[in-house]
Design a protein around this ligand. Structure first.
Ligand SMILES: Cc1cc2nc3c(=O)[nH]c(=O)nc-3n(C[C@H](O)[C@H](O)[C@H](O)COP(=O)(O)O)c2cc1C
Length: 316
């Protein structure tokens, strides 16, 4: 997820059971221009494999060139194409979910990328269609399979929906039934219970977790236990566990970015830590107190103070 799942956050997810991860989406033209920020976004560590790099764009030649460069430089386990982003600045270029309005261009783009990286598995992530009057998920998925795409993730919303309303898993089930490549279902999977229900009802080969992981990176192990018929369906996340994750993500983020930024100041990363505070007793006050933290030691000190406070009030 753009602006969230950088190499540090993904490491946290990997440590909590994520099986397969994909980079934030990166613009093909930015990669070709050699934009340093874009290349930083496709970076990953060996322990994060299997790892996909997701690119977006609307020009077959640029997408093909960027795909080849990414595969040569960072050797991902698969290259993923974004046909799902609903952001205005993306669809106005006909990229992301904008391509679902013009399937012919989408197919040209897939063909060009496939030809450019015959040696690397190609996957795609898409929405159902532009709106509910023009749901194209099944026809696009069938054509993608014919073009050699090896797995498809389907977010069960239309572009018009943005992130509102519900994901419609009935359409995801239709896609899963229409193709023989693995289909990964995505949208509103929030815990072990919803994961098991979605998987059983739709027949998908895998589940993709987005927003829920930001405040609950433990969700991956929880879901795996639920799918295997083991474990508590909704395990309690203690304050200690939340603080462990906050400190761990801060350490990982500093490791990744401190040398580039030339500082060990943690203030710039507080927004990334905030989702993990959800569920802490007095979380709003904690977020306010976090604003006064300059260093990792300050954060550790706040953790100790807070855990002591809640143990004294019996909330831990
Ligand atoms: C802030 C944000 C950034 C996102 N960035 C990407 C992205 O770069 N690539 C992508 O395929 N999907 C992206 N998504 C969509 C999610 O991957 C996912 O499809 C969507 O949030 C629905 O799944 P969920 O209900 O599990 O969150 C993003 C979503 C959010 C909220």
């Amino acid at each position: 997820m753009a602006r969230h799942t950088d190499v540090a956050f993904r490491q946290l997810c990997k440590e909590q059971g994520a099986d397969v991860m994909v980079s934030e989406f990166v613009q093909s033209e930015a990669l070709i221009r050699g934009n340093a920020k874009a290349w930083e976004m496709v970076d990953f560590t060996e322990t994060q494999r299997p790892m996909g790099v997701q690119i977006f764009g609307a020009t077959p030649a640029s997408m093909a060139q960027a795909a080849r460069q990414v595969c040569d430089r960072v050797r991902p386990d698969f290259l993923d194409l974004n046909f799902g982003c609903p952001a205005h600045k993306v669809i106005e270029q006909n990229a992301g979910s904008g391509l679902l309005r013009c399937p012919a261009l989408l197919y040209d783009l897939v063909k060009a990328v496939k030809d450019a990286i015959p040696d690397v598995p190609l996957t795609a992530k898409m929405r159902l269609g532009w709106d509910y009057e023009s749901v194209v998920a099944v026809e696009v998925a069938v054509r993608l399979e014919q073009l050699g795409v090896e797995a498809i993730a389907v977010h069960g919303r239309t572009k018009e929906q943005g992130y509102s309303g519900e994901a419609h898993w009935g359409y995801i089930a239709q896609v899963a039934a229409a193709v023989s490549i693995p289909v990964v279902g995505n949208g509103d999977v929030k815990d072990g219970l919803s994961a098991k229900r979605r998987r059983d009802e739709s027949g998908v080969a895998g589940l993709m977790i987005g927003r829920a992981a930001l405040s609950n990176p433990w969700i991956f192990n929880e879901i795996k236990a639920a799918l295997a018929g083991q474990g508590e369906i909704t395990p309690v996340i203690t304050a200690q566990k939340r603080w462990d994750a906050i400190i761990r993500l801060s350490e990982l983020t500093l490791e990744v970015h401190a040398s580039r930024l030339g500082s060990r100041d943690v203030r710039w990363m507080l927004d990334r830590l905030h989702p993990l505070t959800h569920g802490l007793p007095g979380s709003r006050k904690i977020r306010d107190r976090m604003r006064g933290c300059l260093s990792l030691d300050d954060l550790r000190h706040l953790r100790d103070e807070h855990l002591l406070e809640i143990s004294m009030t019996g909330l831990c």
